[in-house]
Ligand binder design. Sequence first.
Ligand SMILES: NC(=O)c1ccc[n+]([C@@H]2O[C@H](COP(=O)([O-])OP(=O)(O)OC[C@H]3O[C@@H](n4cnc5c(N)ncnc54)[C@H](O)[C@@H]3O)[C@@H](O)[C@H]2O)c1
Length: 422
Amino acid sequence: MKSKVCVIGLGYVGLPLAVELSKSYEVFGCDANKSKVQSINDGKDPTGELSENQKQYLPNICFSDSLTNLPDSEFYIVCVPTPVADDKRPSLDYVESASLAISKKLKRGNIVVYESTVYPGATEEVCVPLLEKESGLVLNEDFGVGYSPERINPSDKNNTLRTIKKIVSASDSVTLDRVAALYESVVDAGLYRASSIKVAEAAKALENTQRDVNIALINEMAILFERLEIDTTSVIQAAESKWNFLPFKPGLVGGHCIGVDPYYLIHKANVHNFGLSVVEAAREVNEGIISFISNKVIELCLSKNVDLRNARCLFYGAAFKEDCNDVRNSKALELADKINRLGIDVDIFDPLIDQEDFKSEASSKLNYLVEIEALYDIIILAVPHARFKDMDSKDIKVNLKEESVFIDLKSVYGREDSDYRL
Ligand SMILES: NC(=O)c1ccc[n+]([C@@H]2O[C@H](COP(=O)([O-])OP(=O)(O)OC[C@H]3O[C@@H](n4cnc5c(N)ncnc54)[C@H](O)[C@@H]3O)[C@@H](O)[C@H]2O)c1
């Protein structure tokens, strides 16, 4: 008989995991979002991450939106969101409610694995007490806990659950062996056994914080080079000729990983009376890019006699990153909103984004376009999906008025093709 595994949270992390596990285990998938479960049950993939082959496994999984009575399972794997609140403090509400739901079903011999990104210590300090309290069971006597951070990169078809080495960790060595055996069935690239849950939690937070800091450095340089009238892309290309230069690109840092996880580390450091000055400065620089670009729009419009009060602006792309349909915490949308607040009409053209998702995330003053028909004073190539990159710059600029501004935020085209590229 196959072991039973219950995956809780069926988003970008949980759904592909449930599918891969279903090739070797009896899998249950639970999600608090009724309409998401309905659509997965209809064979649809709300994340756009599953291949056609993977979608064929969906009927083998038993999906449910009932969290009050989770199925009896040997393993419970938690893949729920870990966002930050408005004050940028970690919000562990989803992880806590998933832990409470599991605690009601937890039995001797079960293992609970957390995949959600958290600060070091959260699994043992926040989740384990919740699991123990309701179940009356004791960690490492009655049940085990694991932590295995996910490293997928939405829209990346090469680096996937199967092909990325995965960190596993657990509350004791017996649990670690069982957790490793579970993940060995879905990860071809191999596992890294971290020495403790805290090490695994810290490693994940560090990976994403390192990216944030590196991008912040390049963003800061991009602002400097603009003042010095030097093209940043050309500088990066020149610097790349050195063997150990890391070619990070400037840009907007959105989504729910790189722009969020550093706040988890900042919080934990603050609890321990330590300020992460480099990490905090990086967050400030990356958040500040939105104001930098909107100021650039004003400056360019003034210099080209574009009447800001009657201007129309078109965004090409608004997902949080290229070739992805996820619009949550999209900095392109934040930029669009900031430009709209200047009194400029803003249309968004992004065929990858579902119109309903757009409505729930974007300001109601931004317009979702199905087709581009008008002429614009400003066009911003904000998120260059592959289909936009395939276009010649002329095909984008065909919708510009005579006196107008074209910004190529991710430097897709040559320096002379746009009025500004970051
Ligand atoms: N998306 C990524 O690229 C990525 C990569 C690595 C790690 N992570 C981390 O993995 C975690 C999940 O990320 P995601 O992108 O898959 O999130 P997601 O928002 O796409 O999916 C999470 C799902 O959990 C559901 N949910 C929320 N609370 C629940 C509950 N109590 N019980 C059951 N379901 C619940 C939501 O409805 C949602 O469908 C986060 O901690 C994230 O930081 C994400």
